[in-house]
Every structure is written in C-alpha cells, then in structure tokens.
Design a protein around this ligand. Structure first.
Ligand code: 5GP
Ligand code: ZN
Length: 129
C-alpha cells in the first residue's frame, strides 16, 4: 500500500487539517511555504487525470475549505498544482493536489519558493484545527 493510502487509512501519521468520506487534506512533510497542504483522494488513483469527476468535485470543495483555513496565516495568494508523471516531478504516485500559500516580502515582492522551508508542523497544524 502506498504512503498516502496509509495516511488515508490512518495507518501512518499526518497532520490532517480536513477530511470527508472521499478526500483527506494534510500538511506536506517538506513544506515549500508555511501551510503547504496536500489534498488527496482517499482511494488510490495514480494521478489527477485518473480521478473520477465526482471525486474531483470533492477535491475542489476540499481545496476551497483548506484555502479558507489557511487564511489564518494571511497569505497573499496560492499555487494550486498537481504533478502528473515522474518527468513532471511527481514522486508519490497517488493523486494529490498541492495547495501552497504564497507570501510577499516587506517590499511587496513574492517570496520565491522551490526549496522546503523549516517550520514547526505541529505549530502550523494547531493554527488550522
Ligand atoms: P509530488 O512531487 O509527488 O507532487 O509531491 C509529493 C509531496 O508529498 C512532496 O511535497 C513531499 O514532501 C510530500 N510527502 C512525501 N512523503 C510524505 C509523507 O509521508 N507525509 C507527508 N505529509 N507528505 C509527504
Ligand atoms: Zn495510494
């Protein structure tokens, strides 16, 4: 069973910020920004293109709930992305959507991202639930 299936079945620990019957959202273990969350169908599909449309609807609803929760960190925008295939950077072959809050610096410029940041996940989690 893949790691995200295990998280969905609560066999592996994660900081779960939202879930319903079909989807689960939890903090990315190597966040690219404060609040970086993964929105994931509980059933195993290899990538977002394999997800049936009725489940995709739940994913969309979950993204909106997660973004609303993440507003506690006052982000200036979000990147909502899903990698399809290893050549596109997909590492976990279980469909997931990255919700990455974006912030601007003191000069109003977007803070660049790419490398994981150091952040206390426990603290982020507590602010969201
Ligand atoms: P991908 O590159 O497949 O689009 O993204 C996979 C994401 O899953 C990465 O951002 C990585 O940090 C995250 N990730 C990998 N393993 C785990 C894990 O065991 N727990 C959590 N919470 N995130 C994980
Ligand atoms: Zn899986």
């Amino acid at each position: 069973m893949c790691i995200f299936c295990k998280i969905a079945k609560k066999e592996e620990k994660a900081y779960v910020v939202y879930e319903n019957d079909n989807v689960i959202a939890f903090l990315d273990i190597n966040p690219l920004s404060k609040g970086h969350t993964l929105v994931v169908p509980k059933d195993h599909y290899e990538n977002i293109l394999e997800v049936p449309s009725d489940i995709a609807k739940d994913l969309h609803e979950a993204i909106k709930v997660v973004c609303e929760k993440l507003k506690v960190f006052s982000p200036d925008g979000f990147n909502i992305v899903s990698n399809v295939g290893s050549k596109a950077g997909q590492v976990i072959m279980h469909a997931h959507i990255h919700v990455i809050p974006r912030y601007k610096d003191e000069e109003g410029k977007p803070i660049s991202f790419g490398k994981p940041i150091k952040v206390d996940l426990e603290e982020v989690y507590k602010a969201l639930v």
